[in-house]
Ligand binder design. Structure first.
Ligand code: NAP
Length: 337
């Protein structure tokens, strides 16, 4: 990667930000484009910026002063950034959070690429079910068989999604499930107060509110047999507590035949939840592709050229110590339900 006097900055802000894989993924992509894109070589470098919540406004003013081109946003700034921007996209307004910001002559613009990232592997599966072949990267679906991959609903208009957790990521998943066309989107949480707030927060989006239902975990047994897509949007099962799953094996067995289990977690791969789902014969998707695709969508906004998605994915797989071969092997092992 070449850094010159002309190089402009990109970055990610958060507190903490040390855990972020974005600098790794984006710098690998920029370096690849510098070597391979002829006259359109991007002249950028991507840095982590740890910003304390009380310093956010000052940080944005500083970014303007140094002509920083754009940045990603992680916890805890995804909502707090909104009043500091000059323009926020409809999708970010609907989700109520911004994860990608860029600057032009009109000021700071914000959007949210998480819903797009979440949808990418599901769309790959739907396309495969329409064409009769699964041509997506094996890393799109960590586990599950080719046959199982064709079992997902290609017409989502009657599908029911069940989202475990009611935090920031769940908001992007709700918006994505609406874009997918799901008939019913249920959100499971442990705090009735937080659930009520979550439900009310969609009042501005009647097309989402009309199909959204919130519920506590004790309602799971009645929901699971009707569920086409179940999404873990909690940290349950995330490194280092890898022996935890949001569902018991008996609960996983209750899922509707052909259901898809999607875990937003990407360390470990697979999570216990996805191992249970695969063993029970369901298609499983992990969070790595969402991470890659939300990053690729942000990079395309900043660079105005296609992102090298394969390089971004492989960089993360290499970092996590996993090869495509390993993922592919797992993909072929599971038995369809
Ligand atoms: P968050 O805002 O902190 O929300 C976490 C949610 O999980 C909350 O609803 C919380 O419930 C619930 N929860 C936490 N511990 C729980 C437990 N022991 N039992 C039941 N529910 C529990 O976090 P987030 O940003 O939404 O992230 C959620 C997960 O998604 C994380 O694992 C994160 O790494 C992953 N993620 C992945 C991507 C990706 O690109 N793949 C992107 C974003 C997030 P309360 O509200 O009751 O506390």
């Amino acid at each position: 990667m070449v850094i010159k006097g002309t190089t402009r900055l990109l970055g990610v802000i958060g507190h903490p930000v040390e855990h972020s894989f974005s600098p790794l993924m984006h710098n690998a992509a920029i370096a690849h484009l510098q070597q391979n894109s002829g006259s359109h070589q991007p002249d950028y470098a991507y840095l982590p910026f740890p910003i304390r919540p009380e310093k956010l406004k000052e940080a944005i003013a500083g970014f303007e002063a140094i002509d920083l081109h754009g940045f990603n946003i992680t916890i805890p700034h995804k909502q707090a950034i909104i009043p500091l921007l000059d323009d926020v996209s409809e999708v970010a307004k609907a989700i109520g959070a911004v994860n990608t910001v860029w600057r032009d002559k009109d000021g700071w613009h914000g959007t949210n690429t998480d819903a797009y990232g979440f949808l990418a592997p599901l769309k790959a599966l739907s396309d495969a079910s329409l064409t009769g072949s699964f041509n997506g990267s094996p890393t799109n679906a960590l586990a599950g068989s080719l046959t199982a991959s064709l079992a997902g609903p290609k017409d989502w208009s009657n599908a029911r999604a069940l989202i475990l957790g009611n935090g920031g990521a769940a908001r992007a998943v709700v918006a994505a499930c609406q874009q997918l066309g799901c008939a019913r989107i249920s959100v499971v949480g442990r705090s009735p107060d937080k659930l009520a707030y979550f439900a009310e927060s969609w009042a501005h989006a009647p097309h989402i509110a009309s199909r959204l239902k919130v519920m506590t975990w004790d309602e799971l047994p009645t929901q699971l047999p009707k569920t086409d897509l179940i999404v873990n949007a909690t940290p349950l099962g995330m490194h280092p507590k890898t022996d935890v799953s949001p569902l018991s094996e008996a609960e996983i067995e209750m899922l509707k035949p052909g259901a898809i289990a999607y875990d937003l977690i990407y360390t470990p791969r697979p999570t216990k939840f996805l191992q249970q789902a695969t063993t029970a014969g369901f298609l499983a998707i992990d969070g790595l592709e969402m991470l890659v695709q939300q990053g690729a969508a942000a990079l395309e906004i900043w660079l105005a050229q296609p992102a090298p998605v394969d390089i971004m994915r492989q960089t993360l797989l290499d970092y996590l110590g996993q090869s495509r071969g390993q993922s592919s092997k797992k993909l072929l092992q599971a038995k369809p339900r």
